[in-house]
Design a protein around this ligand. Sequence first.
Ligand SMILES: [Mn+2]
Length: 431
Amino acid sequence: MLEMIKHEFEKAKIMLDKHDYVRIYAHYDADGISGAAIVSIALMRMGKKVHVSFLKGLNESFEPEDLTIFVDMGSGYPEKISEIKEDVIIVDHHFPVGRIEKENLAHINPHLAGIDGSFEMSASATAYFFAEYLGNNYDLTALALIGIIGDKQKLRGGNLEVVKRGLERGYLERREGLKMISGKVREVLLYSTEPFLNFYGNEDELDKFLEEVSVDGEKEFDELGKEEESRLANGIAIRLLKMNCYPGIFEDVFGEKFYLKNELIKNSIMLSEVVNACGRKSANSIAFAICMRDESYLEKAVSLWREFQEELLEEVVKRIEEVKEGFCIRYLIMEDAPTTGPIASILSRYIFSDKPFIAINVKKSGEVKVSARGNEKLAEKVNLGEVMRKAAEKVGGSGGGHSVAAGANINSDKVEEFLKEVDRLCCSSLS
Ligand SMILES: [Mn+2]
């Protein structure tokens, strides 16, 4: 399926043949970290030495060496890449911007092969196909799933191809059921954010719930019998409906999930969450070590994940009461909250799904981060990317993004004016 960029694979291979040592820079999210692990393992199997670092983006400083590989970034920064004199390989899935003026470059990107990298091929999946070209690396299909899940991509196109290969070779196993994390049932229900079940700080309700569905909370979630899991699934469906969730959620919660034969954490959803949480808590090397199957970091990684979930859930539960209603939007103004996007996503998907949701985070530094969230149904009428762009521009800030998830940066003295404009724009689209 990647015939159109086979030439780029060949170019990359010729570059690799010239160097024994490779410098790798990757994006610090689950997709970038798993992608970097895939490339590193493939190169180490060829006898190469690698040195990996993680960046938020190419605006951060980095030092290219004789051969540098960028993973989950690079395609959007043609000037930065053009400046590099030495050999470069880009393994990315972001939409390529502009023209990169560089002879000694291999540009591996699904968009250049006519595949929609935004939804159907993650950087980790792109890295997998590169690894498959380089050698016998079928086991790395499991690592590719971490990025596919982390970037919330669809199991279509390139991603689906990766999964098929992993299933055929026995590195992945497919099961039907609740697409949730692993651990003891009680803990899974308490700590889950996808789906968010609103049990955190509400443990009496959780125990009552477990009694009602008659499932033992101390049992391992992944070892539940068919009957038990289906009772639990019914209970969860009813709870989500009562919470007023967005109905599209059911597709995300019930269906097929994948187990990974050789990885430290077998449940792909759990592994992806742990890697993501470590990345978000600036423990990139621990996240990377987990992808490299280094068992000595497992305990630390899981405890970082738990910390991350606790912080996020505490914040979400606290904020529910603070949500305010405009004419056509709901909004939340926070001061120096640890995150903005994840809080907005949970509240908009599970509790306040009827109107566009705007979360405003006023940082100590004076900058204001805005996250706007909707859903596919709202997106039929409102394009939040457009709303963010227009409203931010009106108050001298900048904004943009997708129709269901967008963001903006504005000044702290413009918050009220900005919200008014967002509300006005949403009303005019919804009417
Ligand atoms: Mn990505």
